[in-house]
Design a binder for this molecule. Structure first.
Ligand SMILES: Cc1cc2nc3c(=O)[nH]c(=O)nc-3n(C[C@H](O)[C@H](O)[C@H](O)COP(=O)(O)OP(=O)(O)OC[C@H]3O[C@@H](n4cnc5c(N)ncnc54)[C@H](O)[C@@H]3O)c2cc1C
Length: 397
């Protein structure tokens, strides 16, 4: 028997569940199919922040930041039981933008519109404030600003629950594995992954909310392989609790990337995230040795107490599906050195180690700091690891 609906949503992550809730609330008949459990994809592997996107200010994305800040407080009002305010401490050092520029950015973050309830930015004297205690003594001054924390997977389930209350059909363990356009409708074949039985859904519209699998789902309808998204892996480590107070830290590393340290589940600290291209099955994503080293090293640059693998309790990884406009995105590894350049040197100019890149070809060793050299080594290690995984898979297939 074929079930009819206005909208078939493929994917039960935050996008699928949020769209289901919105569409059902507008009176559409909605079927949402999730091949695994709700929030089993990227939506449970995030840093769990409801943020305004402070960093987007650097790219003059004022409208985006304003909208995100407005949404931040709307979400907090709707779901205060799973969302709570956070304060972030940004320790200042010479490698960062000048203090006046950071103050200006944070002033904008406070006043661009949207922040009504959360407390504003303030300067912090890290020699006096408890936030300075776990940090190395070289950090004397910082800034503190607001964002919010969310139980990311709960946010998905609650959206799905509310969608169901508004009449949506939420089907989990239900994979969409065929999609065909017929007489102005989409006909989809759904397979129950537990019983292997199939059913058909005929929909006026299909929403592809399949996250990192979005190209696979387009491929079902288009009948050809697609490559519209770039998959970028991000991993977090969970370590024993590193400090007593409740605030979080935002650290900028020598390679220009940001990592957060956030109090997590009473006894732990969450540290993340990494950011590198991923080419395997999103369902198999797992933290690499190089990512673990990178996060331990990056946090160790700021915290007094050295961090080691003995402190690790758990780790998780997710895959960001980023729209690929064909230009790709140059990921900075160090001042003046981008991932694309390193990729090229490794792929076409036989570079194998950081030394090959630092000295033999570009004399970059003269210009990069020790930290930047370390970041380059970590990048090369993660890439080499990926290549050997792919080679093993090729041999196996
Ligand atoms: C490391 C990391 C940190 C992040 N931190 C933050 C943060 O702090 N704050 C923030 O706002 N965002 C953050 N993000 C981004 C955010 O997590 C993602 O934008 C969001 O989770 C994407 O949700 P989604 O619903 O599009 O995808 P997913 O959550 O991946 O959902 C897609 C779903 O589709 C299902 N699916 C796929 N194919 C099929 C099929 N054929 N049939 C049925 N179901 C299918 C999958 O099983 C999956 O559950 C982070 C991302 C990463 C990777």
């Amino acid at each position: 028997m074929t079930e009819h609906c206005d909208i078939l949503i493929v994917g039960g992550g935050i996008n699928g569940a949020g769209i289901a809730r919105d569409a059902a609330g507008r009176g559409y008949s909605v079927v949402l199919a999730e091949m695994s459990d709700l929030a089993s994809g990227t939506s449970s592997a995030s840093t769990k922040l409801i943020h305004g996107g402070l960093r987007y200010l650097e790219h003059y994305e004022f409208r985006l930041v304003r909208e995100a800040l407005i949404e931040r407080e709307i979400l907090w009002k709707i779901a205060p039981h799973i969302i709570r305010p956070l304060r972030f401490v940004l320790p200042h050092h010479r490698g960062l933008r000048p203090a006046w520029l950071l103050r200006l950015g944070l002033f904008l973050y406070d006043h661009i519109g949207g922040r009504k309830l959360l407390p504003p930015t303030r300067s912090v004297d890290l020699r006096q404030d408890p936030a300075g205690i776990p940090l190395k003594e070289t950090f004397v001054k910082g800034f503190e600003y607001s964002d919010a924390w969310v139980q990311d997977a709960r946010l998905v389930v609650l959206n799905a629950r509310d969608a169901a209350n508004k009449g949506a059909r939420i089907l989990t363990r239900m994979r969409v594995d065929a999609l065909e356009r017929r007489d102005g409708f989409f006909e989809a074949r759904l397979t129950d992954t537990e019983t292997q039985t199939s059913r058909r859904v005929c929909a006026r519209m299909v929403v592809n909310a399949a996250g990192p699998w979005v190209d696979t789902v387009i491929g079902l309808a288009a009948g050809a392989q697609q490559s519209n998204v770039r998959l970028v892996q991000g991993s977090h480590i969970v370590v024993r609790r590193l400090y007593e107070h409740e605030r979080c830290y935002i650290f900028q590393n020598a390679d220009g990337r940001i990592i957060f340290a956030i109090p997590y589940e009473e006894n732990f600290t969450l540290i993340g995230t990494t950011d590198h291209d991923y080419r395997d099955d999103p369902a198999k994503v797992a933290i690499t040795e190089a990512e673990t080293d990178y996060l331990l090293l990056a946090a160790g640059e700021y915290f007094k107490t050295p961090l080691s693998r003995d402190d690790l309790v758990w780790a998780y990884s997710g895959v960001r599906p980023l729209y690929d406009d064909g230009a790709g995105q140059a990921q900075p590894i160090a001042q003046g050195l981008f991932s694309h350049e390193v990729d090229y040197l490794m792929d076409f100019e036989w570079a194998k180690t950081a030394d090959d890149i630092l000295w033999r070809r570009s004399k970059l060793g003269l210009h990069l700091s020790v930290d930047e050299g370390t970041a380059l080594t970590a990048y090369i290690a993660s890439r080499t690891e990926l290549t050997s995984v792919q080679a093993t898979q090729l041999q196996a297939s």
